[in-house]
Design a binder for this molecule. Structure first.
Ligand code: IDP
Ligand code: MG
Length: 137
C-alpha cells in the first residue's frame, strides 16, 4: 500500500553534511521524495511534533537540540514506506543500532542530554498524517 511518511534530517545530520547520504539511502531503497524543505524549526513546531514526549526528562534538551540549526524535512512516498523507513533508519540509539542502518552506520552521539541520531521517521500512519500537517500544512 502506498504510504507517506515525514522524514527529518536532524541538525546533526545537516551540520555533518549528511543530507545527501541520508536522502540517497532513502531514494536507493526505492522511495520517492514528494516534498522537501530546509528550515530552522520554531519551538512551536517542535512542541507539536514531539507532543508525545512532553514531560519526559529528555524533552527540553530534545527541543533545544532540534531548534539549534537547520533541518531538512521531507515527505517520502512509497509502498509500506513508514515501516520501511524505520527499518533503514534503525533503532533510536546509534551505538547499538545495527550496521547497515542510517543510525548504525553514520550516527554515534547519544546520552541523557544528547539526542543526535541524525534522522526522524514517522512511526505510524496516524503519526505520519499528523506530522506532515505540522511541517507541510
Ligand atoms: P525515534 O526517533 O526512534 O522514534 P522516540 O522514542 O520517538 O525515538 O524519541 C524521539 C527522539 O527523542 C529520539 O530520536 C531521540 O532524538 C530523543 N530521545 C528519545 N529517547 C531518549 C532518551 O532516553 N535520551 C535522550 N534522547 C532521547
Ligand atoms: Mg518517534
Amino acid at each position: 500500500m502506498t504510504e507517506r511518511s515525514l522524514v527529518l534530517v536532524k541538525p546533526d545530520g545537516v551540520e555533518r553534511n549528511l543530507i545527501g547520504a541520508v536522502l540517497s539511502r532513502i531514494e536507493t531503497k526505492g522511495y520517492r521524495i514528494a516534498e522537501l524543505r530546509m528550515l530552522t524549526p520554531s519551538r512551536e513546531i517542535l512542541e507539536q511534533h514531539y507532543a508525545e514526549h512532553a514531560g519526559k526528562p529528555f524533552f527540553e534538551p530534545l527541543v533545544r537540540f532540534m531548534g539549534s540549526g537547520p533541518v531538512v524535512a521531507a515527505v517520502i512516498e512509497g509502498d509500506r514506506c513508514i515501516e520501511g523507513l524505520r527499518t533503514i533508519m534503525g533503532p533510536s540509539e546509534p551505538t547499538t543500532a545495527p550496521a547497515g542502518t542510517i543510525r548504525g552506520d553514520l550516527g554515534r552521539d547519544w546520552g541523557e542530554d544528547v539526542q543526535k541520531n541524525l534522522v526522524h521517521g514517522s512511526d505510524s500512519p496516524e503519526s505520519a498524517q499528523r506530522e506532515i500537517g505540522i511541517w507541510f500544512g
